[in-house]
Design a protein around this ligand. Structure first.
Ligand code: PEP
Ligand code: MG
Length: 589
């Protein structure tokens, strides 16, 4: 029966596919498709690991001391029984043979199905056996890490393929698009799925500018977050439509609904094709004002998309993505240098703005050690520049890597989350220190322009201090909104209060642009607001001439710029700023 689940629209477009439910703790399990002739090998991998776990448990049983509690022996019996469970074994085979999932993926998929059956059980004792099943599956997965896959995670033929009605009606079980449904995904999980096979994402939690949502947007695939109980309501393998424009998930859609969404999907593709024609059109307003359109990237490889979309540089390279999901082992100077150099070379002489690491809050280093676990208020805690200044050797390593990479092209070095004069001075002195070390070692490096993010209201209210030290400013509206309105950007429960048009937010943005203009310093917006076509005219009216956004948003924003007359927008923007309800004026414009 068709039903819908509502959430927040975070990445545009329509995806239609079968649901893959992934528990966040198992999101780091490899997901890839295998070739026909490799199914037997994958089944063997699971069998070898399962047998090894059975042997382990049998040995444990034999070695149990005589006075061991009876419950312990009984528990090991249960584990042995679960390992031989017919539903587990045949289910895993089914996912490998019929769907061509790799072994780990097949195992976790089948686990999710059985776990759900345990959840539905009346008997409390049986319900609790879910935890035992989880333990044995984790044990098998651990073993499988040592049993190499005979196949590489290859680019998958059906990945992201748009679905026709016929496909759906034929229900071709081996080559259908898949959509990922999870309670939560960390930014590192999302990054792992970046080159993956999923046509869309949905999560129970998350706000519009949570970093998970940002990565989904950067991947340019439809996504809905904050869909509350989606991962409970949707079952493994259900057909799901992800409507990333409306923020809705439609589960088990009827043929009429499918036809309607198939049509919307095609319309979206046509719109994309139309926008593509603007790629080489200069970004000028009707009255001839040039507007710089830059790209936000997470990895050096993203520069390809940036260049393809016609970006004239990278306005924000979120370097923290190089640091995440590595079990705390941070990239050394050489690895970072190579990554920054790759991004610089990928932009073929265009400027690249590298932001120093912004770890913390909803961007934990490691998905298993969420900052939330240890800090009361992670967004107000040790994140971004605070984290860097708390660990000078780590920060100096990054600074040296960026300075060295700057020998290969134009680099801007951007510092996140500054608020205090002392932080600015410490940062400057560490940059000097990094230069001095490179000088002493005779290591070549290049010049950098220094910039600060304006994302804490305190910074926006002390612009003169910032402009004394920095060559340019970049407004991080995601955090500026979060900290001005005291709304956790990742919390869907307060997402209705996360308001980019709040007069206080607009005032801080307007003042920052005006002060930079007055002092002849560069200023751009690199938060999500820059890629929101509903805000383009207002930002132009406030005098903004540099926007940095996901490559996928560049052409739509350019279209707005080509249609805008900046001289007429200026007085209108003044009215919006003075209004009690700016959003209403924006809508009526
Ligand atoms: C911002 O806060 O607007 C920003 C661009 O930084 P991030 O989203 O990475 O916190
Ligand atoms: Mg920020």
């Amino acid at each position: 029966m068709t039903f819908s689940v509502h959430g927040l629209a975070v990445s545009r477009g329509i995806a239609i596919g079968r649901a893959v439910l992934v528990a966040s703790s198992r999101a780091d399990v490899a997901h890839y498709f295998i070739e026909d002739d490799k199914t037997a090998d994958e089944i063997t991998r699971v069998r070898i690991s399962r047998n090894a776990v059975m042997e382990e448990i049998t040995r444990l049983q034999q070695d149990l001391p005589k006075d061991a509690p009876h419950e312990l022996a009984a528990l090991l019996d249960v584990h042995l029984m679960l390992l031989q469970d017919e539903q587990l074994i045949s289910g895993v085979k089914h996912w490998i043979v019929d769907r061509h999932y790799n072994a780990e993926w097949a195992l976790t998929t089948q686990y999710e199905i059985i776990a759900r059956q345990f959840d539905d059980m009346e008997d409390e004792y049986l319900r609790e056996r879910k935890a035992d099943l989880e333990q044995v599956v984790e044990r098998i997965l651990r073993h499988m890490k040592g049993v190499a896959s005979p196949v590489q995670p290859a680019a998958q033929a059906g990945a992201g393929r748009k679905l026709s009605q016929q496909d759906l009606l034929l229900d071709d079980t081996t080559d259908v698009p898949l959509v990922l449904v999870a309670h939560d995904l960390s930014p590192a999980d999302m990054l792992q799925f970046k080159q993956s096979l999923f046509a869309g994402f949905a999560t129970d939690v998350g706000g519009k500018t949570s970093h998970t949502a940002i990565v989904a947007r950067s991947m340019d695939i439809p996504a809905v977050v904050g869909a509350r109980s989606a991962s409970q309501l949707i079952k493994q393998d259900d057909w799901v439509i992800i409507d990333g424009d409306a923020g809705v998930l439609i589960v088990d859609p009827s043929p009429i609904i499918l036809a309607e969404y198939g049509f919307k999907q095609r319309q979206g593709e046509l719109e994309r094709q139309r926008l593509n024609r603007l790629k080489n059109t200069p970004s000028l307003t009707i009255d001839g004002q040039r507007v710089e359109l830059l790209a936000n990237i997470e990895m050096p490889e993203d520069t390809l998309g940036a260049v393809t979309a016609g970006a004239v540089g990278v306005g924000l390279f979120r370097s923290e993505f190089l640091f995440m999901g590595r079990s705390g082992k941070l990239p050394d100077e050489e690895e970072q240098y190579q990554a920054y150099r790759k991004a610089i070379e990928g932009m073929h002489g265009l400027p690249v703005t590298i932001r120093t690491v912004d770890i913390g809050s909803d961007k934990p280093l490691d998905r298993h050690a969420k900052a939330q676990d240890t800090h009361l208020n992670p967004a107000l805690g040790l994140r971004a520049i605070r984290w860097s200044l708390a660990d000078p050797p780590m920060f100096l390593t990054q600074l040296r890597a960026i300075l060295r990479a700057a020998a290969h092209g134009q680099v801007n070095l951007l510092v996140p989350m500054l608020a205090h004069a002392t932080e600015i001075r410490q940062t400057m002195s560490l940059i000097d220190h990094a230069r001095a070390t490179l000088d002493n070692n005779g290591t070549p490096y290049g010049p950098v322009r220094l910039g600060a993010m304006i994302e804490i209201p305190a910074a926006a209210l002390t612009l003169k201090l910032f402009l004394k030290y920095f060559d340019f400013l970049s407004i991080g509206t995601n955090d500026l909104i979060q900290y001005t309105l005291a709304i956790d950007r990742a919390d869907e429960a307060v997402s209705h209060l996360y308001d980019p048009c709040h007069p206080a937010v607009l005032r801080l943005i307007a003042d920052t642009i005006a002060e930079c203009d007055a002092q002849g310093k560069g200023v751009s917006v690199c938060g999500e607001m820059a890629g929101d076509v509903g805000m383009t005219r207002l930002l132009l009216g406030l005098g903004l001439r540099s926007f940095s956004m996901h490559p996928s948003q560049i052409l739509a924003v350019k279209q707005q710029i080509l249609r805008a007359d900046a001289s007429k927008l200026q007085p209108w923007a003044e009215q919006v700023l003075a209004s009690e309800d700016p959003a209403a004026l924006l809508q009526s414009a």
